[in-house]
Ligand binder design. Structure first.
Ligand SMILES: [Zn+2]
Ligand SMILES: [Zn+2]
Length: 356
């Protein structure tokens, strides 16, 4: 089959690899119908986490709509022909972590993530024609007929992650809120946040196109680029009696974005982090956080499985249409060029849907 194989920083190639096969009785083989690129894929694509990956071996991708084409002998819930999706991480539902909702920390799967390298289970990714899904009965989900193929990959990662971060922020109807990072997931979160508060929502991002999208969703766009961010912070402080916002929902996943979140939160405020933080050495001011009595809730290593049903219902009930953040449609062979557009934050690029 064809798959996106990591060879080095910014060097992902579509090439022939061995078809995945049933290795355990609980495995299912899924044929990819649609998949998509996630912001977290860029950490791998750019070579920022080379210790996690095996060049020439690791395949990428963890968001999917697929069709079951083969089932292991112990699989009960799925049959050939079923349309399915998975949360980006594999979970058993029975271990001590899964039982308290920490499905991303599943002890049985060893925190396995589709297409995220050797350190996370060495599983094949969804940027391929086929993918093997272990522990299928325990974490794979049927897709309702009402959901078209295009929206289903959002159920693997972005929409559950957005819903979890917004829920964790505990936004009240009169809370002022700042969304930091207006990529696809940040914009989905913003769309949900607008339904949780009637007060002002500020949308911080360095990219003008993304700020425009946030403005369309009813937010006040704020420039987060390096030479403008201090002015933007001051504008929020001026508008909030010098206090800052009640809640910050952070989706950029970078140290500077976290610092921005601390600067924006008012005393007693909450920072709900949904971003993926992979910087080990970024200094954080405990002083600043302490003297604001901040509440910090991090869910970037999202327990996506726990919010997947909720995410389905958000779409089915027309609360949110994730395809609003879908800006590109490409075939698997076009993925490398789409990844480059994504990582350079090319004008007009938010998220790409990929078909075989
Ligand atoms: Zn993702
Ligand atoms: Zn488990």
């Amino acid at each position: 089959m064809r798959a996106a194989v990591y060879h080095g920083p910014k060097d992902v190639r579509i090439e022939e690899v061995a078809d995945p096969r049933i290795e355990q009785p609980g495995d299912v083989i899924i044929k990819m119908i649609t998949t998509s690129m996630c912001g977290s894929d860029l950490y791998l694509y750019n070579g920022e986490v080379e210790e996690l990956v095996a060049p020439g071996h690791t395949t990428l991708g963890h968001e999917i709509c697929g069709e079951v084409v083969e089932v292991g002998s112990a699989v009960n819930r799925f049959a050939v022909g079923d349309r399915v999706t998975f949360p980006y991480s594999v979970s058993c539902g029975r271990c001590q972590s899964c039982r308290v909702g920490q499905t991303a920390h599943c002890l049985t799967s060893g925190k396995a993530i589709y297409g995220f390298g050797t350190a996370f289970g060495d599983l094949g990714g969804s940027h391929a024609e086929y993918v093997r899904s272990p522990l299928a009965d325990d974490h794979l989900e049927h897709v309702p007929d009402s959901l078209p193929d295009d929206v289903v990959p959002f159920l693997s990662c972005n929409l559950p992650a957005a819903a979890i971060a917004v829920h964790a922020a505990e936004i009240e109807l009169t809370d002022t809120v700042a969304v930091v990072g207006c990529g696809a997931t940040g914009l989905l979160a913003l769309d949900l946040i607008r339904r949780h508060t009637n007060a002002t929502v500020y949308a911080f991002d360095p990219v003008p196109f993304r700020r425009k999208r946030a403005e369309v969703l009813g937010a006040v766009p704020m420039d987060a680029s390096a030479d403008a961010v201090d002015t933007s912070i001051q504008a929020v402080l001026d508008a909030t009696h010098g206090l800052g916002v009640h809640k910050v929902v952070e989706f950029a996943g970078r140290g500077d974005a976290f610092d921005l979140s601390v600067a924006l939160a008012r005393p007693g405020g909450t920072i709900s982090g949904g971003g993926v933080y992979l910087e080990r050495d970024h200094p954080v001011s405990l002083f600043d956080m302490h003297f604001k009595n901040l509440r910090l809730v991090l869910n970037g290593f999202a327990n996506a499985h726990t919010a997947q049903r909720h995410a389905m219902q958000l779409i089915e009930n027309n609360v949110i249409d994730p395809t609003a953040v879908l800006t590109h449609r490409v075939s698997l062979s076009e993925l490398p060029s789409a990844a480059e557009q994504f990582t350079t934050r090319e004008e007009g690029f938010l998220k790409a849907l990929i078909t075989p």
